[in-house]
Design a protein around this ligand. Structure first.
Ligand code: AMP
Length: 284
């Protein structure tokens, strides 16, 4: 089936209404474009469980706390569309900024995200998750999916979206898909396009650091593991925002571990001008 490209919410509603009447279930994969194998894995997961898959490409201005980062975000729509034609996505939703924010972006709603808003990514990118929720509530309103597919690479974002689904009363089921990595272990990301060639090799150290931490985990204080992981990255030229170990279910940062709780280690670090994030379950 040929992919349909839709720019306007009204048209999308009409298209999806007709398909729902036929009893089709809808899977949704929201993206910001510059598509890679991580995005494609989400699309595959969607098309293997839903009858119809909607992919959106929208670079959301309200989630960039750094306007420079927004300006530099890769825009390769033609390439993305060619790639999507080869997948089983039925619809590409490609809205403009005024289509998503018809009243502008100056005074938008606030979402009660509790501590998820202020720890880790929330601490280093203030307002980021408010922006994510602002766009996702609009996209969810436009698509009204049965299932929503997102990547574990953005661990905290998945937790925020789970909370958002409850806050807005969306019946969509969130499916979190495993992180897709380059052969050397670097988590695929649209931002990797901005890494100069020598840094691409170096960037794999984040994965190596996470893997090493997993093998060294033992009950007791988690501080030494956090510190040694941070030091490994800093010694190799990374500017670290955080290295944290948290309860995998709640994302509450932990200092001690008794050997049972599921744990996730999360890292955010700059290599040159490019900020990379990654995470790994240390125990589950
Ligand atoms: P983005 O285009 O970066 O906003 O990402 C769109 C979706 O793709 C989000 O749910 C991300 O978590 C997911 N994603 C990004 N990179 C990866 C990856 N390497 N593996 C799996 N999912 C990913």
């Amino acid at each position: 089936m040929k992919m349909t490209v839709i720019h306007h919410t009204d048209e999308l509603h009409g298209y999806l209404f007709n398909n729902r009447q036929k009893g089709y279930t809808i899977g949704f994969v929201p993206t910001m474009g510059a598509l890679h194998s991580g995005h494609l894995a989400l699309l595959e997961a969607s098309s293997s469980s839903a009858d119809l898959t909607v992919c959106s490409i929208f670079v959301n201005p309200t989630q960039f706390n750094d306007p420079g980062d927004f300006k530099k975000y890769p825009d390769v729509k033609e390439q993305d569309m060619q790639l999507l034609e080869k997948t089983s996505a039925s619809v590409l939703f490609l809205p403009s900024v005024p289509e998503i924010y018809p009243s502008g972006t100056d005074s938008l709603e606030h979402y009660e995200l509790g501590y998820l808003d202020s720890i880790l990514e929330g601490q280093f990118r203030p307002g980021h998750f408010q922006g994510v929720c602002q766009v996702m509530s609009r996209l969810l309103g436009a698509v009204d999916p049965d299932m929503l597919f997102m990547g574990q690479k953005d661990y905290q974002q998945c937790m925020v979206i789970k909370r958002l689904l409850t806050l807005i009363g969306s019946p969509a089921r969130l499916v979190t898909c495993p992180t897709v990595r380059e052969p050397g272990g670097l988590a695929m990301s649209s931002r990797n396009l901005r890494l100069p060639a020598p840094d691409r090799e170096k960037a794999t150290l984040i994965y190596q650091a996470l893997t090493q931490a997993k093998t060294r985990l033992k009950p007791g204080s988690l501080e030494p593991l956090k510190i040694s992981t941070r030091e490994l990255l800093e010694r190799n030229g990374f500017r670290v925002d955080y290295v944290e170990i948290a309860d995998a279910a709640t994302l509450m940062p932990l200092d001690e571990w008794r050997g049972q709780q599921a744990l996730v280690m999360l890292v955010a670090a700059f290599l040159g001008e490019v900020r990379l994030i990654d995470n790994m379950l240390l125990h589950n």
